[in-house]
Design a protein around this ligand. Structure first.
Ligand code: ZN
Length: 303
């Protein structure tokens, strides 16, 4: 009986230990180096490999800074070309739990646009769920047109990544750089930020559903201070500078102010509306912008 209880104790210790462990996500910015991927319509625009890297690094930052117990790895962080074999090897040889491959699409038909998330097949249940969450965030958070979840048989593109990795893997096509409007969006710091944020949100939801016993809460939460005289509403933060006169801000009907952040945070810029002396006005403005696509907007107190 005694040994039975010590066995239970050991098992409990193991379970506790498992809950403290990190979830490892390998982010794979598509193409790179000698392989540019899809080419843009305009020479002044970035090639697929560069946009994929920008978005990938942003997703990695979101995951690292906003979630506990998540370890982020990359197949590349610079303009180099790991072969598909090498990418698969990085995934299968490093105890990676999830793989996220980032691409942008292209078509000879410039009218084609929208996002797609690819999985190996529909029997890959975890990948399918993750892919659905990403496409759903693209629609709701990013206001993109979703072309849906696709299986590898629908395309002949980086099949190897989806087929040969041993963990849930999704390949995200973040839009078509060969469509004028979507190409402009994907080239903008704003578009890259929103796309990365949408993928981050979907991934966070997916992680929480797959690992209910892990507490992914970030180390510190921003708390609102009550009954102070002067408020602003923060609508978003960004790593790269975003022009405050873009239509996505103009449509809010409030003047958006950009502030350079003096901290070691990954975010270099914050975007506010206000100031409001009455907290009720700030709350109303917060509701307005939340219903206009900025669901995370929150009220901040300033001295
Ligand atoms: Zn690609």
């Amino acid at each position: 009986m005694k040994s039975f209880f010590s066995l239970i104790a050991v098992l409990l210790a193991l379970i506790t230990f498992a809950d403290q462990s990190n979830v490892t996500i390998l982010i794979d910015p598509g193409h790179g180096g000698k392989d540019p991927g899809h080419l843009p319509l305009s020479e002044s625009h970035m090639q697929e490999k560069d946009i994929a890297l920008e978005i990938s690094m942003k997703i990695g930052n979101y995951l690292t800074y906003n979630l506990s117990h998540v370890k982020v790895m990359y197949t590349r962080t610079t303009d180099v070309y790991p072969t598909l074999d090498e990418r698969v090897q990085m995934a299968n040889g490093n105890n990676v739990d999830y793989m996220l491959s980032i691409h942008v699409n292209g078509s000879p038909n410039p009218a084609v646009y929208g996002t797609e998330t690819h999985i190996h097949n529909y029997n890959a249940k975890a990948s399918y769920k993750w892919a659905q969450l990403i496409e759903s965030q693209f629609t709701t958070r990013a206001g993109r047109k979703s072309r849906g979840v696709k299986t590898a048989s629908d395309i002949g593109h980086s099949l190897q990544i989806l087929k040969q990795t041993k963990m849930p893997t999704v390949l995200v096509e973040c839009g078509f750089i060969t469509n004028t409007s979507e190409g402009n969006y994907l080239n903008s710091a704003y578009g890259q930020e929103i796309i990365a944020s949408a993928i981050f949100r979907a991934t966070r939801e997916f992680m929480k559903s797959k690992h209910p016993s892990i507490d992914f809460s970030p180390p510190q939460e921003i708390t609102e201070q009550p009954d102070q005289p002067y408020y602003k509403v923060q609508i978003m933060a960004s790593i790269d500078e975003i022009d405050v006169n873009i239509p996505e801000f103009k449509k809010l009907g409030y003047t958006v102010e950009r502030v350079l952040v003096q901290s070691t945070s990954m975010y270099k810029y914050k975007y506010y509306i206000g100031p409001f002396t009455d907290k009720k006005d700030a709350k109303k403005a917060q509701k307005d912008v939340q219903s206009n696509g900025y669901s995370d907007a929150f009220v901040v107190y300033f001295e």
